[in-house]
Design a protein around this ligand. Structure first.
Ligand SMILES: [Zn+2]
Ligand SMILES: [Zn+2]
Length: 137
């Protein structure tokens, strides 16, 4: 897919991913879960030059959740937008921004699996990585 458009709930913040497949992964880390009320389902466009942000400066809020990472959300509608690694200039987006990606998504990876609370499990067969990026089974 090319030039895939994503928007927050109110539409003030938009993102275009120039080229992407349909791969979605989940993150079970404490911060993602707290910020979004569940495990984040995310898309990783790999390179920042594959991304075009069309953010409304009046209604986007950044929260620096660790030394290396900032998270952005829409301060009008509350939608979580993305995670951004500042040194690597690497973005991962809330998959739900992109109806065209999730319509035909392949869910193939869970990360921070060792941080997942026991009360839920996905039934999907996926690769699982712990918080040290080691494979889990
Ligand atoms: Zn919004
Ligand atoms: Zn996370």
């Amino acid at each position: 897919m090319e030039n895939i458009k994503g928007t927050c709930l109110c539409g003030k913040n938009q993102v275009i991913i120039k080229r992407y497949g349909n791969f979605v992964y989940s993150c079970h880390c404490d911060m993602c879960r707290k910020m979004t009320a569940g495990p984040v389902m995310a898309v990783d466009p790999e390179k920042s030059d594959n991304v075009e942000l069309q953010l409304d400066t009046e209604s986007v809020t950044y929260y620096q959740s660790s030394e290396a990472v900032e998270r952005a959300f829409c301060s009008t509608c509350g939608t979580y937008l993305f995670w951004h690694h500042l040194e690597r200039d690497h973005y991962c987006f809330n998959a739900q921004l992109f109806p065209d990606i999730i319509a035909d998504a392949q869910f193939g990876l869970q990360v921070f699996y060792d941080r997942k609370p026991a009360y839920y499990d996905f039934a999907n067969e996926t690769k699982k990585l712990d918080s040290q990026w080691q494979e889990v089974e």
